[in-house]
Design a protein around this ligand. Structure first.
Ligand code: 8DG
Ligand code: CA
Ligand code: CA
Length: 330
């Protein structure tokens, strides 16, 4: 995710890929999300390092790189590989799980079930759609397209279109695209849109289906082609900007106006950046999530949400150095 979006050339790309491969293995095979995060954090930090790392010691000095990971980097630098990596690459089950989890909607647990049922490849899956949910069948249908990165220019056009259609329906709608797009990436994995409506706030319950209204309009003009899921505040689906262009994964969320800034902060990411900022918030006696920033009392009970009027204000309250979206890789 972050290697594609980095703006300067990464002279330590081989080391990052090595760590990400070990990390993915921990996530997909051992379901160890902590180890996975540790590898990702180290890789993100190394990706930003401007010069070539030449030793274990040098790696150890970087933020987010612990003793064990730096030792592995030392071995990788000396030998060009690592015994653990060789093991992973030899394992048939791991390779199958790696292939099956490339289908959107198939996670490691499902891949494991499919493996046990004898599925060994994407082609096998095509003959056994009965083992898949409707969600996963869509993932399989658009398998090739979903692997393609989305050029920034295309998202920009999709953004303009959704904005125009929703505003035409009701001028109180506002749209912002977050995720890697807002961080300035030249290509993105999917589209993460946040929708607000001037009359929709968290303290005023409503039975008006603000999100569904927009989705229906987008279906009408054939921009949205498939729906994976649609609830009151969250849509997941597929869109196509123009015939002959690839089908793209799109998520749209409706957020109450009063939760707008915590929402865009969260959905802009990166996820590593969010984790770090949330950990910092806790140290400062606050709890931060996609909805709100709340002070935590001494006995651990979160208080009322702070009224927020800009994204920067969240940083200021937490005494956390402000980072522009393009600087939020970790
Ligand atoms: P990409 O799509 O170009 O690969 O990168 P991305 O836009 O950064 O990733 P994403 O998976 O689409 O997630 C969008 C944002 O949502 C992400 O930047 C930060 C936030 N987010 C978290 N944790 C998680 C999580 O566990 N899953 C997802 N989907 N998003 C998360 O902070
Ligand atoms: Ca995204
Ligand atoms: Ca997304």
């Amino acid at each position: 995710m972050s290697s594609e979006s980095s703006k300067t050339e990464n002279v330590n790309k081989d080391i990052c890929n090595f760590l990400l491969e070990l990390g993915n293995y921990e996530r997909d095979y051992n379901r160890d999300i902590h180890r996975y995060n540790a590898y990702r954090k180290a890789a993100a930090s190394i990706a930003k390092h401007p010069t070539r790392i030449s030793s274990e010691k040098e790696a150890r000095q970087l933020y987010g790189v612990g003793v064990k990971i730096s030792q592995k980097i030392g071995i990788f630098l000396r030998t060009g590989t690592h015994p653990q990596l060789e093991e992973i690459r030899k394992s048939d089950k791991n390779n199958v799980i790696k292939e099956l989890t490339r289908v959107f909607g198939i996670g490691p647990a499902k891949a494991d079930i499919l493996y046990k049922k004898g599925i060994r490849s994407i082609d096998d899956l095509k003959d056994h759609k009965d083992l898949l949910t409707s969600h996963q069948i869509i993932g399989l249908k658009y398998f090739d397209d979903f692997e393609k990165r989305i050029p920034r220019s295309e998202i920009k056009q999709i953004e303009a279109k959704i904005r125009k259609i929703s505003k035409k329906r009701d001028n109180n709608y506002n749209l912002i695209i977050c995720g890697s797009y807002r961080r300035g990436a030249e290509t993105c994995g999917d589209i993460d849109g946040l929708l607000t409506h001037n009359k929709f706030t968290s303290n005023k319950p409503t039975d008006k289906n603000y999100l569904n209204i927009v989705i229906q309009e987008l279906v009408k003009i054939n921009l949205i082609t498939d729906t994976l899921s649609l609830g009151f505040s969250k849509f997941m689906g597929v869109c196509q900007f123009r015939k002959n262009l690839p089908y793209r994964r799109i998520d749209l969320r409706l957020i109450p106006k009063d939760q707008y800034y915590c929402g865009i902060l969260y959905f802009t990411g990166s996820d590593i950046f969010n984790q770090n900022m949330r950990a910092h918030a806790l140290e400062k006696g606050y709890t931060l999530n996609e909805y709100s920033l709340r002070p935590v009392s001494k006995n651990g009970v979160p208080g009322k949400p702070v009224r927020i009027s800009s994204e920067k204000q969240i940083f200021d309250i937490l005494n956390y150095p402000y980072k522009k979206p393009s600087e939020r890789d970790n």
